[in-house]
Design a protein around this ligand. Structure first.
Ligand SMILES: Cc1cc2nc3c(=O)[nH]c(=O)nc-3n(C[C@H](O)[C@H](O)[C@H](O)COP(=O)(O)OP(=O)(O)OC[C@H]3O[C@@H](n4cnc5c(N)ncnc54)[C@H](O)[C@@H]3O)c2cc1C
Ligand code: SF4
Length: 490
């Protein structure tokens, strides 16, 4: 049996052919030097590799080096790899003649997706893909019919938050650090001190799973205590409750510690045993079997120039206060300040703050989508190349001109006000667009439409918003105000 080179996001047992297969693990310092990661992300990656090396003992050859090339020069036996999850790593191993096995930890192969897409004449819709997945994999179906008679329960899952500070569900599983984490922390401190790396974000205790046993415990806790509450408020935000009822399992899934089918099947069992309602279970299955697999497949399906697309010709640099997660506390807008604070603390916020607070702001301000995509990659614990391009370049920044979404995800303060408790106690007012109390999201939304009116004119779904723009009495004043505001912290 060849020695299997496991990358840092291939840590689960399903990446090996047999439990005793010899393993190569590489910790590369150059990776951390190249970009300014969230400190918690650097910690998670090193902790994951080191925990697996410790678990495997002599079975693993564990090399702590500067570059991958340096590591390979020390290995004098044949290797193979499970297909890496980025174009760059995939190219790296193929160029060195290392045999590449099909990907694991995803249920959709490139061939599956190509076959599905070829029947759709270029019209790719996540909803169609998701139904196809459920049918072919037999998830939440009775025969060929969806359980409960409906494929899509989104209608039941878009409630605003309750009128209390927190949802009141038990916390997600949270890690307890050990001596390996202590060593990682010491090493990262030294790298920072010696100028070998620089990080953003706070160095809080690790919360996400890095071993298979931890990931299984985290999945069990989610299914038992939190999944029943997941659905109705999955799009809602509460300032004092960043977790809401989300699984917080994306770091573990993306480290390759859990298989998506085991997550989905655990959720389905909870429904079939009566432990969780259908809308919550369907909502969760849609995220994992639908969105995650769709994003993974789109990454490999789109042409290589996708990364550089910039359909809205957005060219401003991402400002430093945003890059450093508002470390200096300059942001007044309560929603943005609160989300950047949560991100600084944990390297994670759920999907609506990502899309409607962070991504929405970058889109409105016309920040360069490639820079925005790189930023998301660096500061999120679960950020990897494959997940960034479709989610950020495509869905959030509309840089692909509408392949991922039919219209840009731009929204004013009214959306944030409806779906959160942020606006209460904010210095701005979501209903005001000009003047001292003008909400930066509301004003930013109209300024975004004004800047992109010509580019969006051909989009049927933008007709109504553009008609609204042309009726604004204070349009000129608003545009001048937002130009003045520029990229200063709002
Ligand atoms: C702008 C933007 C950036 C994002 N960046 C990332 C990222 O770097 N890494 C990442 O894993 N997800 C990303 N997502 C998707 C989603 O926000 C996170 O997967 C989710 O918030 C993780 O928290 P959770 O595990 O509690 O998810 P839950 O709400 O519990 O959802 C269950 C699971 O579904 C999967 N999932 C749901 N939506 C997506 C999606 N669009 N893409 C991939 N997986 C999905 C995740 O594995 C997640 O664990 C991004 C979304 C947006 C809008
Ligand atoms: S008023 Fe505007 S800036 Fe303030 S919290 Fe609401 S949406 Fe955010």
């Amino acid at each position: 049996m060849r020695r299997r080179w496991l990358f840092a996001d291939q840590l689960g047992p399903h990446h090996l052919d047999a439990p005793d297969q010899p393993v190569l693990l590489v910790e590369s310092r150059a990776v951390l030097r190249r970009r300014r990661f969230h400190r918690a992300k650097a910690h998670l990656l090193l902790s994951g590799v080191r925990h697996l090396a410790a678990e495997l003992g002599d079975q693993a050859l564990f090399l702590q080096v500067d570059t991958y090339g340096e590591a390979l020069a020390q290995v004098d036996e044949p290797l193979d790899v499970v297909q890496p999850t980025s174009y760059a790593a995939d190219r790296f191993v193929r160029e060195r003649g290392i045999p590449v096995l099909p990907p694991r930890g995803y249920v959709t192969t490139r061939e599956d997706f190509a076959a599905w897409a070829s029947g759709r004449r270029g019209r790719l819709l996540m909803e169609d893909f998701y139904r196809w997945q459920r049918t072919r994999l037999g998830v939440l179906v009775d025969g060929v019919e969806p359980v409960g008679g409906r494929w899509n329960l989104d209608h039941d899952n878009r409630e605003p938050p309750p009128k209390r500070p927190t949802l009141g569900v038990p916390d997600p599983w949270l890690a307890e650090e050990d001596e390996i984490d202590a060593q990682v922390r010491e090493d990262l401190d030294r790298m920072e001190r010696d100028g070998q790396a620089s990080f953003v974000g706070e160095d809080r205790p690790r919360w996400a799973a890095v071993t298979r046993a931890e990931a299984v415990a985290a999945l069990e806790r989610f299914v038992e205590h939190r999944l029943p509450h997941f659905g109705p408020v999955e799009d809602a935000m509460l300032a004092a409750d960043p977790w809401m009822a989300h699984s917080a399992l994306s770091p573990a899934l993306n480290l390759g510690l859990l298989d998506p089918l085991e997550c989905v099947q655990a959720a389905e069992r909870a429904y079939r045993s009566g432990a969780a309602p259908l809308n919550s279970v369907e909502g969760y299955v849609r995220q994992v079997l639908g969105w995650r697999e769709y994003v993974w497949s789109v990454y490999w399906h789109v042409p290589p120039d996708y990364r550089q697309r910039n359909a809205l010709q957005a060219t401003s640099d991402v400002p430093e206060w945003f890059r450093t997660l508002d470390a200096a506390g300059e942001v007044t807008a309560r929603c943005l300040s609160s989300v950047l604070h949560d991100l600084r603390e944990r390297g994670w916020v759920h999907h609506i703050p990502r899309l409607m607070v962070l991504g929405n702001y970058a889109l409105q301000r016309g920040w360069d989508p490639e820079q925005v995509t790189a930023w998301f990659h660096e500061v999120f614990l679960d950020g990897y190349d494959w997940v960034m391009l479709p989610n950020v370049t495509g869905m959030s920044q509309h840089a692909d001109g509408g392949m991922m979404t039919t219209k840009p995800y731009a929204a004013g303060g009214a959306y944030i006000n409806r779906m959160s408790d942020y606006c209460r106690g904010c210095a701005y007012d979501p209903a005001v667009r000009v003047g001292e109390r003008a909400c930066p999201y509301t004003a930013g939304y109209w300024a975004f439409l004004d800047r992109n009116a010509d580019r969006l004119a051909g989009n049927r779904r933008m007709r109504q918003p553009l008609a609204g723009l042309s009726r604004l009495r204070d349009r000129e004043e608003l545009v001048a105000q937002e130009r003045e505001r520029g990229d200063a912290p709002p």
